[in-house]
Design a protein. Structure first.
Ligand SMILES: [Mn+2]
Length: 327
């Protein structure tokens, strides 16, 4: 069942004193963590669920802000499950099975289409007029008259700015909320942008440039794909490759005993081709015996089977080429 902001407000009010588990897609990003921290402040008996890991960049941001985030890896036995920044169970990594089976009430708060799980126990707030989940959570907490701490408001701001690619993919609400929080926290916008950027030193930037130069480049029906190894975390090379001109970038790096693969895509490519990287990464993840998922333009996968990367790329390219063929 779909609801509007008024119903979302009364639902949160109703569950304020309840036990709530707040979860999200696999490899939580700044939008999930920002909105989860703010919501957890409103609902004291809540816990934030991270089923696998949060992105390296968000870990760094938390550390820089001195936020020690307490998380749990399983849903437990809550009165309500809130899913933030995701509108289906497939993208929820290892939580997928549990979410599909549970009879507990699930509230989805998201800003992505196409939507969404249609089940008896699922209530959905999913509106694209918000450019991030942080914008939705900010709106509803404002409606509730809840005063956030400075730190939580800043985390919401970071989520809003990073999810909108520094306000490029924005709506009128994005600008209104960002300006209100900047005013409330007395933060400089430039500091926030710097905080979410990677802060790379010259050696690291040299590595990125060399990884992008030595990556494979293929043009599939007008879509320029770059793929290869990244010595830094893969999402950094993928981000830079898109900034350098790739339509889609797919990079891998080794992380402990795993291979971690990141995909990024230009927003104009998403609009023209209707490609959803999160779905594709989820489908290809079996090649590395792992899991994958994420957003339409930013997604990841990881798994233990390092030698599966070639098969992963092959399938990935086939799926991209299949979407192009439909046009
Ligand atoms: Mn988001």
């Amino acid at each position: 069942m779909g609801i509007g902001i008024g119903e979302l407000k009364s639902m949160l009010e109703r569950y304020r004193k309840s036990n709530v588990s707040i979860a999200s897609h696999s490899i939580g990003d700044a939008d999930f963590i920002g909105s989860a921290i703010a919501l957890a402040e409103y609902i004291p008996n809540s816990k934030i669920i991270v089923q696998d890991k949060i992105s390296a960049n968000v870990e760094r941001i938390l550390k820089q802000n001195g936020i020690l985030l307490k998380t749990d890896s399983s849903l437990g036995n809550p009165d309500l499950i809130i899913l933030l920044d995701v509108n289906n169970f497939q993208n929820c990594g290892t939580l997928q099975t549990e979410l599909s089976k549970t009879k507990k009430s699930i509230l989805i708060i998201d800003h992505h289409h196409p939507k969404a799980e249609e089940r008896e126990n699922v209530i959905t707030f999913d509106q694209e007029e918000y450019s991030s989940t942080c914008n939705i959570v900010y709106s509803v907490l404002k409606e509730l008259g809840f005063k956030l701490t400075q730190k939580s408001a800043e985390m919401l701001l970071i989520g809003m700015v990073s999810d909108s690619a520094e306000l490029i993919n924005s709506t009128p609400k994005t600008f209104m909320h960002v300006s209100e929080i900047l005013d409330y926290t007395k933060t400089d916008y430039a500091d926030i942008v710097e905080e979410i950027s990677y802060n790379l030193n010259s050696k690291e930037r040299e590595e990125i440039i060399s990884d992008i130069c030595s990556s494979s480049k293929e043009n599939i029906s007008g879509i320029l794909i770059l793929y290869g190894e990244s010595k830094l975390p893969a999402h950094i090379s993928a981000d830079f490759a898109v900034k350098a001109g790739a339509d889609i970038a797919l990079f891998y790096s080794y992380y402990k005993e795993e291979i971690s693969i990141s995909a990024r895509m230009r927003h104009s490519t998403e609009k023209k081709r209707k490609i959803h990287l999160g779905e594709i990464m989820g489908k290809c993840a079996h090649a590395i015996n792992g899991t994958g998922g994420g957003h339409s333009c930013a997604a990841g996968a990881y798994g233990p089977k390092k030698e599966g990367y070639k098969d992963f790329v092959k399938e990935f390219k086939e799926m991209v080429s299949a979407t192009a063929a439909v046009l």
